[in-house]
Design a protein around this ligand. Structure first.
Ligand code: GLY
Length: 373
C-alpha cells in the first residue's frame, strides 16, 4: 500500500501545481470540471465547490512543506473570501471549512479564523429552530423546505466554529440537524434518500424525494457517501454513540450492497437500472474511503478492520490508471470518472474538485496511520 499512497500523492502534487499555475491569470475563477476534450471549466466563487481546490492545496502543503503549494493555497483560499457573507447557500461548510478551515488549522492565521466564524454565522441563519434542521435550497418551488443528505457535511464548519468560539449555538444546531436527519432521511435498510421535504406549518417531514438520485426510493451513491462521512465526523466531534451507530449502519449498507462492483468504486446510484452499463462515480468512492479510514479508527468493534479494508480497496482502484489521471491531462484534476448530476446530464463521467479533495484526504489519512504503526 505504501507505493500506492506515494504514487497517488506524487501525482496529486504534480497535477495540483499544474492546475494552480494554469489559473493564476484568472483571479476570480476556481476549477470546476473539464469539457469532454479535457479543457478546464471554471466556476465563480459562489459555486458550492469553490473551496475544494484550495483545501487540496493546503493538505498537500501540510504533507510536504512545499512553499509553492502554500502560496497557491493562500491565493486560491482568498479568492472566495467574500462568500463568508453568503446567506443563500447551505454549502458554506464545503466552501469555507475545506479552504479557510484547513488554512487556519495549518497556519493559525487569525484572519482565516474570523472568516470561518462569520461563515458559520451566515450558515446558522438557514436554521429553522421549529423544524430543527438547516434549509438546503431556496429556489425550488417543488418543495416547501428541502433538506438534502449532503447538508450533513456542512455541520463540520459549525463544529469547528463551536471549538473556536465556544458559542454553543453552533453545536446545538449541528446536533439537532444530525439527529433529526437520522429520523427522516433513512430507510429501514439504512440507505438514505437525497431530499426530505419538511412542512413549515406542522414542522414535520412531508416526504422523501430525490434530486440527483435515480429515484426517491433509490440509493444515490454520493448521498450514501455524505451520510457515512457526516455521521463519522459528527461522532468524532461530539462522541455521541448514536452517530457512530449510524455511520456503522451506513458503512454496512455500502459494503454489503450487491451492486457494489469488485473494484469498490460505486455506480452513480446503487439502484441505477442500467447497471453495469452506467457511469461509476469516483467522487463517491473517494468520500467513502476517507470516511471509512476515520471510522476504522473510531469504531472499537471487530468490524473496524472491514471498514479499513474497504477503504484500501477503493484507494487502490482510484490510484490505478483507470481513475488516476496522467500528469498534464484531465485539466489538472487528479481523478477521472465522477458524476455530478446525471439526471440533468450535467458533469457526467468527468473530473470534479471534490473527488480530488477527498482522495487526497484519504491518502494522507492512510499515510498518517502507516507512520504511526
Ligand atoms: N452537494 C451536491 C453534490 O453532492 O452533488
Amino acid at each position: 500500500m505504501s507505493s500506492v499512497i506515494e504514487k497517488g500523492l506524487k501525482r496529486s502534487i504534480e497535477q495540483s501545481e499544474f492546475m494552480a499555475a494554469s489559473l493564476m491569470d484568472q483571479p476570480d475563477r476556481l476549477p470546476k470540471t473539464t469539457e469532454k476534450d479535457g479543457t478546464l471549466v471554471t466556476s465563480d466563487t459562489h459555486w458550492w465547490c469553490s473551496g475544494f481546490f484550495s483545501g487540496t492545496l493546503w493538505m498537500l502543503y501540510e504533507a510536504t512543506g512545499n512553499e509553492t503549494l502554500k502560496k497557491y493555497a493562500e491565493n486560491y483560499t482568498m479568492r472566495i473570501e467574500k462568500e463568508q457573507y453568503a446567506l443563500d447557500t447551505h454549502d458554506l461548510g464545503f466552501m469555507m471549512n475545506c479552504s479557510f478551515g484547513n488554512g487556519y488549522r495549518i497556519t493559525g492565521n487569525e484572519n482565516y479564523k474570523k472568516i470561518l466564524l462569520q461563515s458559520a454565522r451566515s450558515l446558522a441563519t438557514r436554521y429553522n429552530e421549529n423544524i430543527g434542521v438547516i434549509r438546503s435550497w431556496d429556489n425550488k418551488p417543488k418543495w416547501m423546505y428541502p433538506v438534502i443528505i449532503d447538508n450533513l457535511m456542512n455541520l463540520e464548519l459549525l463544529e469547528n466554529a463551536y471549538k473556536l468560539s465556544q458559542d454553543s449555538l453552533f453545536d446545538k444546531i449541528a446536533n439537532s440537524h444530525a439527529t433529526i436527519t437520522i429520523t427522516n432521511h433513512f430507510r429501514p435498510d439504512y440507505s438514505s434518500c437525497h431530499v426530505v421535504d419538511y412542512d413549515t406549518i406542522t414542522n414535520k417531514a412531508l416526504k422523501m424525494d430525490t434530486h440527483q438520485g435515480y429515484s426517491s426510493t433509490s440509493a444515490w451513491a454520493r448521498g450514501q457517501a455524505w451520510g457515512l462521512y457526516g455521521y463519522t465526523m459528527m461522532y468524532r466531534e461530539t462522541g455521541k454513540p448514536e452517530y457512530l451507530e449510524q455511520a456503522r449502519k451506513v458503512a454496512r449498507f455500502i459494503k454489503n450492497h450487491p451492486n457494489l462492483p469488485s473494484d469498490k468504486v460505486p455506480y452513480w446510484d446503487f439502484d441505477a437500472p442500467d447497471i453495469p452499463n452506467t457511469p461509476r462515480d469516483a467522487s463517491a468512492a473517494a468520500v467513502m474511503a476517507s470516511a471509512l479510514i476515520e471510522l476504522s479508527q473510531l469504531d472499537k468493534s471487530e468490524e473496524a478492520s472491514a471498514w479499513f479494508d474497504l477503504a484500501e480497496a477503493q484507494i487502490r482502484s482510484l490510484s490505478s490508471p483507470d481513475y488516476l489521471a496522467e500528469f498534464g491531462t484531465n485539466g489538472g484534476f487528479i481523478l477521472k470518472h465522477s458524476v455530478g448530476n446525471l439526471n440533468k446530464n450535467s458533469e457526467v463521467d468527468v473530473p470534479l474538485s471534490y473527488a480530488d479533495y477527498y482522495y487526497v484526504e484519504a491518502l494522507l489519512r492512510l499515510k498518517k496511520l502507516q507512520n504511526e504503526n
